[in-house]
Design a protein around this ligand. Structure first.
Ligand code: PLP
Length: 402
C-alpha cells in the first residue's frame, strides 16, 4: 500500500516536472500577471499603469456604479452566497428576475442562468444529446463547446471553419447514414481569435434542409453584435436557433452564462442541466448585477455604439500603420505577427512601453499566425487609443514588423 502511494507520487511529480520544464523551455509557459486595480481601460500591474487591450469587459460594465450598487444591495439583502443549488432551495428571487430579464432581452419565451458560460456548455449539450446522436461542430469552436460535446457521448463531426459547403456535405452524410437519432449544428456566434462572425443565415438554412438542431454560443457576441442582443438578432434568425447561449462574464461585465429558448427547452434544462442541479447557484450579488447590466443595455445603446466606434478607430489606426489586422468583423482586433517568438517579444515590448496586449500563439491559433489580440472597450478614450497606437508604431518599427 505505502509502496503503491509512493510510486504514484513519484509518477505524478515526474509528470509535472517534465511537462512544466518542457513548456518553460519552449517559451509556452504562461506566467499569470495579477492586477492591482479593476480590469478597466487602464490597469495596474507591478505598480505600473498600462493601457489595457486584453479584457473581455467590452462595455466597461464591470466597474459600472449601478452594477456595483445592485451587487451591494442584493448582498446585504440576501447574503454573500446563495446557500444551495438552484433545484434544492438556492433559487432566490434575484435568479428568477435575472432569467426573465434575459428572456426579454433576447426575445425568447424563457431563459436559464448558469454559473458561467463554460458551465452552460457542460450542462446544455448533454441534456439533449447522447451516444445515439451526432454533432456537427465548427473546427474553431471554443474549448467549452468541445468539452460539452465530449461529455454528451455523441459522435462529433468537425467541419472546416465557416465552410458552408463542408457543413452541408457533412450534414447530408450524417442524416442520410440513418445512424443517428438527432443531429445538431453547434457554432460560436463570434470567433474570438479572429473576430469573425458565424454565417448564421446559411447555417439555419442547412439546419432547415436537414432538420437539424441549432446551437449558437454567442459569448463574444452578447452585448456587442445585434445592438447588444447578439449575433442571432444581428442576422434576424433568433426564432430559427434552438439554443441561444450567452455569457454574463464578458460584455455584461459580471459572471455567469445562460441559454435562451422556448419554455419547453428551458423546463428540460432545469431538470437535466447537471451544473444547474449539482453546483451552487450564482451569488445574489452577481445575479442582481447581471440584471442591472442587461437593463442598461435594453434602455440605452450608447455603450454598444461606443465599443464599435472604438474598435473601428483602433483598426483603422493599426491598418494605416501597416499592421496585418486579419479579417475581423467585430471590435476584436488581432494584430497578426506570424512568428511565435517575435509575437511574444512584440507583446513584451508593448508592455514595457505601457500597453497590455497579450500574445496568442500555437496551439491556440495555427502555427505561423501568432498575434497580439486587442480588445478595445467602450471605456477607452480616444487619447488612450492614440497613445496605444503611438506605442504600436514605435515597437512595430523597432522590431521591423512595419
Ligand atoms: C468565453 C467563452 C465561454 C466561457 O464563458 P465564461 O462565462 O467566461 O465561462 C464560453 N463559450 C465561448 C464561445 C466563449 O468565448
Amino acid at each position: 500500500m505505502a509502496e503503491g502511494i509512493s510510486v504514484k507520487n513519484r509518477t505524478l511529480s515526474n509528470f509535472l516536472e517534465s511537462n512544466l520544464s518542457e513548456l518553460k523551455s519552449k517559451g509556452l509557459y504562461n506566467k499569470i500577471d495579477s492586477l492591482q486595480s479593476s480590469n478597466g481601460p487602464i490597469i495596474t500591474i507591478n505598480n505600473k499603469n498600462l493601457i489595457n487591450l486584453s479584457s473581455n469587459n467590452y462595455l466597461g460594465l464591470a466597474t459600472n456604479n449601478k452594477l456595483i450598487k445592485a451587487a451591494n444591495d442584493a448582498t446585504i439583502k440576501y447574503g454573500a452566497g446563495a446557500g444551495a443549488v438552484r433545484t434544492i432551495n438556492g433559487t432566490l428571487e434575484v435568479h428568477d428576475i435575472l432569467e426573465k430579464t434575459i428572456a426579454k432581452f433576447k426575445g425568447t419565451e424563457s431563459a436559464i442562468a448558469f454559473q458561467s458560460g463554460f458551465n452552460c456548455n457542460m450542462g446544455a449539450i448533454q441534456a439533449v444529446m447522447d451516444k445515439n446522436d451526432a454533432i456537427l461542430s465548427d473546427e474553431l469552436n471554443h474549448a467549452s463547446i468541445i468539452d460539452g460535446c465530449k461529455l454528451s457521448g455523441s459522435k462529433v463531426i468537425r467541419y472546416k471553419h465557416s465552410d458552408m459547403d463542408d457543413l452541408r456535405e457533412k450534414a447530408r452524410s450524417a442524416t442520410e447514414s440513418g445512424q443517428y437519432n438527432k443531429v445538431m449544428i453547434i457554432t460560436d456566434g463570434v470567433f474570438s481569435m479572429d473576430g469573425d462572425i458565424a454565417k448564421l443565415p446559411e447555417i439555419v438554412e442547412i439546419a432547415e434542409e436537414f432538420n437539424l438542431i441549432t446551437y449558437v454560443d454567442d459569448a463574444h457576441g452578447s452585448g456587442v453584435t445585434g445592438k447588444g442582443a447578439g449575433t442571432c438578432k444581428h442576422f434576424g434568425v433568433s426564432d430559427k436557433v434552438d439554443f441561444q447561449i450567452g455569457t454574463l462574464s464578458k460584455a455584461i461585465g459580471v459572471v455567469g452564462g445562460y441559454v435562451a429558448g422556448t419554455s419547453d427547452l428551458i423546463d428540460w434544462l432545469k431538470v437535466r442541466g447537471r451544473p444547474f442541479l449539482f453546483s451552487t447557484s450564482l451569488t445574489p450579488g452577481a445575479a442582481a448585477a447581471c440584471t442591472e447590466s442587461i437593463n442598461i443595455l435594453i434602455e440605452d445603446d450608447s455603450l454598444v455604439n461606443k465599443v464599435w466606434e472604438n474598435g473601428n478607430y483602433l483598426k483603422a489606426g493599426l491598418k494605416a500603420l501597416g499592421f496585418n489586422i486579419g479579417h475581423s468583423e467585430t471590435p476584436i482586433t488581432p494584430c497578426i505577427i506570424g512568428d511565435e517568438t517575435k509575437t511574444q517579444l512584440f507583446s513584451k515590448r508593448l508592455l514595457e512601453e505601457g500597453v497590455y496586449a497579450k500574445s496568442i500563439v500555437f496551439p491556440t491559433v495555427p502555427k505561423g499566425t501568432g498575434r497580439v489580440r486587442n480588445m478595445p472597450t467602450s471605456a477607452h478614450t480616444k487619447e488612450m487609443l492614440d497613445e496605444a497606437l503611438a506605442i504600436y508604431e514605435k515597437v512595430g518599427k523597432e522590431l521591423e514588423i512595419i
